[in-house]
Design a protein around this ligand. Structure first.
Ligand code: GLN
Length: 197
């Protein structure tokens, strides 16, 4: 059984733990560098990326997470988690930093006020047939996809809302809130593949 962590500083930690457990993984909250060292994959939840950024520094997790990403740890970020994985952000909070790893530019709070939250169905080719019901909550969008990253999901107008790069996966929306487990399954496949090498 793969042992995977959910960064548990702020955000929708419980939802991710429950999807991961339902898929048979041993899922644990990560709050310290010792917790981090014990997992074979990490989820960065939705929430508020400025808060998670600050708390990660306070808890001594920023550098260990950056090193783990550089070493190829599979990491899956949703919404705020996508922001935290982006190499570049637009409209970040004052002094906001990211862990980085995904060669993308992400715009925070990218949808206008009347679109603060919305839901739509996405056709995500790599998941096969069956639309993804996607919930966006003060969501970021991927403004630029660099050469190293691959778009995974788009809105009908072409806006990129999901990307992959090696063992990293980032989504603008929240599959953990809608019973959509195929992205978590994809993440766990990466975890198993890496753990067995
Ligand atoms: N707006 C939040 C941020 O900037 C992300 C919102 C979310 O995770 N649902 O971090």
């Amino acid at each position: 059984t793969p042992r995977v962590g959910v960064l548990a500083l702020q955000g929708d930690v419980r939802e991710h733990l429950s999807v991961l457990s339902s898929l048979g993984a041993e899922a644990v909250p990560v709050r310290t560098p010792v917790d981090l060292a014990s997992v074979d994959g990490l989820v960065l939840p939705g929430g508020e990326s400025t808060v998670i950024d600050k708390l990660a520094t306070t808890f001594g997790l920023r550098d260990p997470i950056r090193s783990a990403i550089a070493d190829g740890l599979p990491v899956f970020g949703t919404c705020a988690g996508l922001i935290l994985l982006a190499d570049r952000i637009v409209d970040g909070g004052p002094g906001q930093r990211t862990f980085g790893g995904l060669d993308v530019t992400v715009r925070r709070n990218a949808f206008g006020s009347q679109l603060d939250s919305f839901e739509t169905d996405l056709d995500v080719t790599v998941l096969g047939s069956g639309l993804v019901h996607a919930v966006f909550i003060r969501a970021p969008l991927v403004e630029e996809v660099g050469a190293a990253a691959t778009p995974l999901a788009r809105l009908a107008d072409g806006t990129v809302v999901g990307v992959e790069q090696g063992n990293l996966l980032g989504l603008s929306f929240h599959p953990e809130m809608t019973g959509e487990s195929r992205f978590h399954r994809r993440f766990l496949e990466r975890v198993s593949a890496r753990a067995s090498t």
